[in-house]
Design a protein around this ligand. Structure first.
Ligand SMILES: Cc1cc2nc3c(=O)[nH]c(=O)nc-3n(C[C@H](O)[C@H](O)[C@H](O)COP(=O)(O)O)c2cc1C
Length: 187
């Protein structure tokens, strides 16, 4: 698929199954991610790949985090935490790695990590790998961040679920660029 078609047509595919992307497909996605615009060439990102048994472990981490936050948690809620990472055969945890910089504020570094993540899902769509970007409470939970080994200054910008779509991608909702773009009219 050519680049403009991918950019115009990309949609999320939340229903994913095995097989996971191949190592060759992952390489395509990773190369796209690290070409994101990046003020100061700080490379303010890193990515963790979670698959196989590690998805089960991630579910345990989610359940532990939820239990620590709410000791009155119910068993169905715990089961839901365990099940969350099982929604795809592979998850990429996208992490912003912010560092103090006199010219590049933290917000720009998080934006750059977000741009890298968007590049990754655009590339996934272009090569027919299913992808959906999720965050939720777990992305901001200190226990989860610690379990994943995040250091000071690091933030989770997304859990990118990757796999094979169970149904073909739907057509994107029609949108009008004119709703978002306009000429600046100074007074
Ligand atoms: C930073 C970020 C976090 C998101 N977190 C979630 C999430 O936790 N759950 C969810 O269903 N969608 C989440 N989304 C939205 C989906 O990834 C998706 O973009 C949205 O459902 C619209 O579908 P589309 O990508 O096909 O247009 C998130 C998107 C972004 C950019």
């Amino acid at each position: 698929m050519d680049a403009i078609t991918a950019l115009h047509q990309r949609v999320s595919t939340p229903r994913l199954t095995a097989p996971a992307p191949t190592p060759e497909q992952l390489e395509v996605l990773f190369r796209a991610a690290i070409r994101a615009a990046d003020h100061g060439n700080l490379r303010p990102w890193r990515f963790l790949v979670v698959e196989g048994e590690r998805l089960t472990r991630l579910g345990e981490v989610f359940a532990q985090a939820a239990t620590a936050k709410n000791p009155a948690i119910t068993q169905p809620e715990i089961d839901r935490c365990h099940a969350m990472p099982q929604r795809a055969p592979l998850i990429v945890v996208a992490i912003a790695r912010c560092q103090p910089n006199p010219k590049v504020p933290q917000v720009e570094q998080i934006i750059a990590a977000g741009a890298a993540t968007q590049n990754l899902i655009n590339a996934a769509f272009a090569i027919s790998v299913g992808a959906v970007w999720r965050t939720g409470d777990m992305a901001y939970d200190p226990f989860v961040k610690q379990a994943l080994g995040l250091a000071e200054g690091e933030e989770i910008v997304g859990f990118i679920y990757l796999g094979t779509p169970t149904v073909p991608p739907h057509a994107p909702r029609e949108q009008n660029p004119g709703d978002f773009f306009s000429a600046w009219s100074p007074e």
